[in-house]
Design a protein around this ligand. Structure first.
Ligand code: FAD
Ligand code: UDP
Length: 378
């Protein structure tokens, strides 16, 4: 074995694939009973519909190197992501765009008129000097739109009053003064034609790669454990960085999600892949309906049943799956301490979402793994 990779998500498998292609022998160990990390998907037993077990995953990128690389392992459907939201019993398109604005104000504003209105309504705060998420959002879109579409959704998602959240959280939500309802601005977008797991399996399918499932790096009873390997060969570790160091600088905080999956006996439950729920009275943030991610599979998906998944958000504790870094000031201080420790760890490189405590989209995790291979490992 020339390289040990801990974790079989996109980061770990991309490093493993590059190393194997360069003639190195790689072992990938994975704590879960399946490969693929959070991008893993499976065929729901009763309906045969592809379900993304750890939350809906939409692939998008503007990075030409990443796009060329991923296309070696899968082709993509022409899927374009669009999201709607329900507020007080009415459905509106997202991200907030001219259609949302006109529907909300029952108007027929031109782009210039809508801009004018939003500018007036947003004058309460200067987004550049916002002290928290609420001030930033009101400074960008004005109070009425903020209170309808952002305030309660954000409070549900973060279990925190938006006045106590950092302003940066909201910079991810674009506002458009056109009727363009594409959710992502990237050049390339689509879903893997035969599913995420087939793509992930092809990444790992090389005679130089051995994958060991249900194998925890911190379980000292096997020969790939931390105690048996660190300092003896190069390691790429993609598990949680605080866990690696025994939480000695404190635990980093994460949000987790609870998914409630249901097979519903109708052809079509909501007519679209993702419906957000903007109001505080609805306890979940959104409902995914997986059938709609693949309209091209309609002949093979059942005509009388559909799979939906309600998504609930909360702070992670104990054994919960870590999904989104919370990134409080304490977390940032702890992360600096862990980065220091990591830089002194002989021949161990920390990568991926958990290893760097960063929210990474799939294309970012793959891009970062390619860079780690090219610049540090090759
Ligand atoms: P992971 O996929 O988390 O893989 C890490 C692996 O390490 C896991 O399999 C884990 O079990 C394993 N591991 C951890 N500890 C150990 C240990 N001690 N021993 C052995 N193995 C261990 N990205 C997009 O581009 N589009 C989306 O729409 C999108 N939606 C998302 C929705 C949700 C709810 C979440 C959480 C993420 C989403 N992402 C999305 C991000 C995407 O999941 C990540 O970019 C991708 O999973 C990153 O891969 P990774 O390898 O860094 O981490
Ligand atoms: N957001 C919101 N209302 C919505 C959708 C998003 O207020 O209907 C805000 C919310 O604060 C969220 C952020 O925008 O945390 C980012 O949303 P996105 O859908 O990009 O997040 P993700 O899909 O990663 O959960």
């Amino acid at each position: 074995m020339d390289l040990l990779v801990v974790g079989s998500g996109f980061f770990g498998l991309t490093v493993a694939e590059r190393a194997a292609a360069a003639g190195r022998k790689v072992t990938v160990i994975e704590r879960r009973p399946h490969i693929g990390g959070n991008a893993y998907s499976e065929w729901e037993a009763e309906t045969g519909i592809e379900v993304h077990r750890y939350g809906a995953h939409l692939f998008h990128t503007s990075n030409a190197t990443v796009w060329a690389y991923v296309n070696r392992f899968t082709s993509f459907t022409p899927y374009v992501h669009r999201v709607f939201t329900t507020h007080r019993g009415v459905v509106y398109p997202l991200p907030i765009n001219l259609g949302t604005i006109n529907q909300f104000f029952r108007a027929a504003f031109s782009p210039a008129q809508a801009r004018d209105l939003v500018r007036r309504q947003a004058s309460e705060f200067d987004p550049k000097n916002a002290r928290n998420l609420e001030e930033r959002a009101i400074g960008l879109i004005g109070r009425p739109l903020y209170e309808a579409f952002i305030r309660d959704y954000t409070a549900k998602q973060w279990q925190t009053d938006p006045r106590d959240l950092p302003a940066e959280v909201i910079s991810r939500l674009p506002v458009r003064f056109t009727y363009d309802t594409r959710y992502f601005n990237d050049v390339w977008e689509g879903l893997p034609v035969d599913g995420y797991t087939a793509w992930l399996e092809r990444l790992a399918d090389h005679p130089n790669i051995e994958v060991r499932l249900a194998t925890d790096f911190f379980d000292e009873s096997h020969p790939f454990s931390k105690g048996a390997t660190v300092g003896r060969l190069p390691i790429v570790y993609t598990g949680p960085v605080d866990r690696y160091f025994g939480y000695q600088a404190g635990a980093l905080s994460w949000r987790t999600l609870d998914f409630e999956q249901e097979v519903v006996e109708v052809d079509d439950f909501q007519g679209t892949p993702v419906m957000n729920y903007a109001d505080a009275e609805i306890p979940f943030t959104r409902i995914h309906e997986f059938k709609h991610f693949h309209p091209e599979r309609s002949a093979s998906y059942p005509p009388d049943r559909t799979v939906i998944m309600r998504e609930y958000s909360r702070f992670a504790t104990g054994d919960d799956e870590p999904y989104y870094p919370v990134n409080t000031p304490e977390d940032r201080a702890r992360l600096l301490a862990y980065r220091d420790l990591a830089s002194n760890e002989k021949d161990v490189r920390f990568g991926g979402r958990l290893g760097t405590y960063q929210y990474l989209d799939m294309h970012m995790a793959i891009g970062a793994a390619l860079s780690m291979w090219n610049n540090q490992l090759a």
